[in-house]
Design a protein around this ligand. Structure first.
Ligand SMILES: O=c1ccn([C@@H]2O[C@H](COP(=O)(O)OP(=O)(O)O[C@H]3O[C@H](CO)[C@@H](O)[C@H](O)[C@H]3O)[C@@H](O)[C@H]2O)c(=O)[nH]1
Ligand SMILES: [Mn+2]
Length: 736
């Protein structure tokens, strides 16, 4: 496997694929590989696992510091479908029998996004998004139907209450209670549906405002993408790797994108899979950019049933496609071999340690021999650089189990600078691919496993996400955070831009999060167990969007970082001069205030803990997320999230410090800041808290599904999930 070609290349050609103007380019330096001890190849499996930044830094103890009610909505669903343009054409042929299906695929509006709205005064300002009202003549019959049903239900209840069954009063009372409850829940669910809306984003205008005439530079704000995984057995690593690849290849400037994988299992195989993924991404990402590939998950792309050459005009496409397909197959073989490779490597190194121990034993005097006998050799799991793995070992040992291990942060890929860079060829095994016209940089990829110790609650996914929130703040501090479950891949490479249109639009500063619908693959056309949740994602959420905004559905959601930090929206914040609304609130709900009277950063210590890098990052996260007119320096744009030279050892060390399990103890994380703890459906509560503070949210349904996932269709799992949701929602009802 050859490393990147080191020769600097000057590209003077126009770049038709990216639409970016010509620019001078530099090539990244060649990465050096740490070596294994004698007799062991660096990558027995042929991958370049450690060719990137081998900064394994482990924090030891010292750091311790609804499903919808289908029947009731079918009518509205049908009507809304008519109002929105069907985008069946955007779907792959394979979708008919296994994909998300045409029903899920229609977009938000019936306007052409890329043409954008008319310019105001001939130039200057054009909005990035707009609401599209669903015509009243479509909604009115539905509204009439709802009010008709409510009237009938109320009349029915009045009749029930006035006709007491004296023979079985208790039975009568119980059934009337149930009926009232049913009517109440039905009405509560119906009312928000009466004013649904659609939205449209103008990606073309976004490009025009933030990227054109900037000599290849982009002024878009940074995004940190969080992906979580918890069990390499239940959540196949190939699926996670595909999700990561689809994120890295998303159409967003590579220096503005950072991807963090949270691994709650702390297994070495997950880390090595990610290292392989980062390596394969060096081919996959530029290939996607060069040929405008969709979708950008290789498993899904190479599995398409349609002709891959369709609509491809470049003469070198066939060659590149075959090359990438072969490389992807090899990548899969390497992933499959990883568990065995790690086991064999560990056996060899453990045996060597034992031999060394025996040698010392024979050389030692009696006292030392007794001491050595007492010291039981543990069977460690070894990394490819011949050091002990800090996470869970194959043979669990003290400090090395899933529930008891140090915090780990490892940077696996880093972009070089804020200007896209080109190199002529990527060579592997004698084959080469021409990347002269595209930016081959891969966004930052970081592996994180937060510290776990006995006596500390890790708070499952919410805990892992809050740890990522802190670690990413000190490393890249993207002002926006996209969360994806490990099985949700990016199906539409423009999705991040689409969300950004809403976030940085002129009224976007009060938007806390953009929720995308959860679309599923692998469900048969009948959708027997309602895995697609069509009513919830096509009707209820659109209805909520017409009010304060949709709920946070747990995944496929892009947040404004400072909204996650528990700050108030600008409309409650006197910082913004033209929003002078001042609201009186109880003490504990007072705005966190970006500019309070307290000196320095001490005002935030109790909420965010004592990491100075973290505290220093907060104001920056706020400024970087502002729509450009609010930039203090005028039109300075948004800075890159992180670059090779900007990421220091100190930052990585600090990231390990903030993912330690003791860090949260004296903070408000999990209680008003970040993902909320203590609820089965923590996502719903997390979203509610933001709405409660006055933030709004937006429901974004791009024409082509933004993200997709594969869901189980087996009845047991479906019932288990339904029970989980129901318990969680009941739990919320009981809580304050
Ligand atoms: O201790 C844990 C448990 C889960 N996860 C991750 O959380 C995600 C969701 O967990 P899963 O068990 O797959 O739950 P689902 O029911 O499939 O997910 C839905 O429901 C969850 C809450 O019930 C939400 O958190 C999810 O975002 C939402 O997609 C997955 O990526 C897991 O890897 C962790 O990181 N740590
Ligand atoms: Mn899941």
């Amino acid at each position: 496997m050859q490393p990147l070609s080191p020769a600097p290349v000057q590209s003077s050609e126009e770049q038709p694929e990216t639409g970016l103007p010509p620019r001078p380019v530099l090539c990244p330096p060649q990465w050096s590989q740490p070596s294994l001890p004698n007799g062991h190849s660096k990558n027995g499996n042929g991958g370049a696992t450690w060719s990137i930044m081998n900064w394994v830094m482990t924090g030891g103890k010292s750091y311790c510091g609804t499903m919808g009610n289908a029947g009731s909505y079918v009518d509205l669903l049908g009507l809304m479908k008519e109002s929105a343009r069907s985008t069946m054409g955007d779907h792959d042929a394979g979708d008919y029998h296994g994909g998300a299906g045409a029903d899920d695929g229609y977009g938000s509006g019936d306007v052409d996004e890329d043409d954008g709205p008319e310019r105001v005064d001939g130039k200057a300002w054009r909005p990035l998004s707009r609401k599209v009202k669903i015509p009243d003549d479509i909604l009115n019959p539905y509204r009439l139907l709802v009010f008709g049903r409510i009237t009938v239900l109320v009349l029915f209840l009045m009749w029930r209450i006035s006709h007491v069954n004296t023979d079985a009063v208790w039975l009568w009372a119980a059934s009337v209670d149930c009926e009232i409850w049913f009517v109440l829940t039905w009405v509560l669910e119906q009312l928000p549906n009466l004013w649904p809306i659609n939205r449209v984003a103008y990606i073309g205008v976004l490009k025009e405002r933030f990227e054109e005439n900037l000599k290849g530079r982009s002024e878009l704000p940074g995004i940190d993408v969080f992906i979580s995984t918890v069990d390499p057995e239940q959540e196949p690593l190939l699926v996670t790797a595909n999700t990561v690849l689809s994120v890295l290849a998303a159409d967003y400037p590579s220096e503005k994108l950072a991807c963090y994988l949270s691994d709650d299992s702390a297994t070495l195989v997950t880390l090595e899979t990610m290292a392989e993924t980062a390596h394969f991404a060096k081919l996959w990402v530029p290939f996607c950019r060069k040929h405008s590939i969709e979708p950008r998950s290789p498993e899904r792309y190479f599995g398409l049933t349609r002709d891959p050459y369709k609509d491809q005009v470049r003469p070198d496409f066939i060659r590149d496609w075959r090359f990438l397909k072969r490389e992807y197959d090899k990548f899969k073989v390497r992933l499959n071999a990883l568990p065995d490779l790690i086991r064999r490597r560990s056996n060899v190194l453990n045996a060597r340690e034992e031999v060394e121990a025996m040698r010392q034993f024979h050389l030692a005097d009696d006292d030392l021999q007794i001491q050595l006998l007492r010291k039981k050799l543990s069977r460690a799991t070894w990394m490819s650089n011949a050091t002990h793995w800090a996470g869970a070992w194959l043979h669990p040992s003290q400090d090395h189990t899933k529930w008891d291990h140090a915090g780990i942060v490892q940077v696996l890929s880093l972009p070089q600078g804020c200007h896209p860079q080109c190199e002529s060829h990527e060579r592997r095994n004698g084959m080469s691919i021409d990347f002269k016209e595209v930016d081959p940089q891969v966004p930052m990829l970081v592996y994180v496993s937060c510290e776990k110790r006995r006596g500390y609650d890790n708070n499952k996914k919410a805990g892992a996400m809050n740890a990522l929130l802190r670690a990413s703040a000190v490393m890249s501090n993207g002002p926006f955070v996209l969360y994806l479950d490990c099985d949700q891949y990016v199906y539409n490479s423009q999705a991040l831009r689409e969300a950004m249109c809403f976030m940085i639009d002129h009224r976007g500063e009060n938007v806390a999060f953009i929720q995308f619908p959860l679309r599923t693959e692998g469900v048969n056309i009948c959708d027997r167990y309602s895995n697609r949740n069509r009513v919830f994602f096509n009707v209820n959420m659109r209805g909520l969007d017409g009010l304060q905004g949709p709920v946070y559905a747990g995944t496929n959601c892009m947040f404004r970082r400072i909204a996650l930090y528990g700050f108030d929206p600008p409309k409650f914040n006197i910082l913004y001069q033209h929003h002078t609304v001042k609201v009186s609130r109880p003490d504990d709900q007072k705005p966190l205030l970006v500019h309070s009277n307290l000196p320095g950063k001490s005002k935030w210590l109790k909420r965010f803990g004592n990491s100075h890098l973290f505290l220093d990052s907060i104001e920056d996260a706020e400024n970087q997320a502002k729509p450009l007119p609010y930039q203090p320096e005028g039109k300075s744009g948004h800075k890159p999230v992180v670059q090779c030279e900007a990421l220091t050892q100190e930052m990585v060390r600090e990231a390990i410090g903030v993912v330690s399990c003791g860090y949260e103890e004296k903070t408000k994380l999990g209680r008003g800041v970040g993902w909320v703890y203590g609820s089965l459906t923590e996502h719903i509560v997390t979203g509610y808290k933001m709405h409660n503070r006055g933030w709004s949210s937006i429901y974004c349904i791009p024409k082509r599904d933004a993200f997709r996932c594969t869901v189980p269709i087996n009845l047991t799992i479906t019932l288990h999930k339904a029970l989980w949701w129901a318990t969680g929602i009941l739990d919320q009802l009981r809580s304050s």
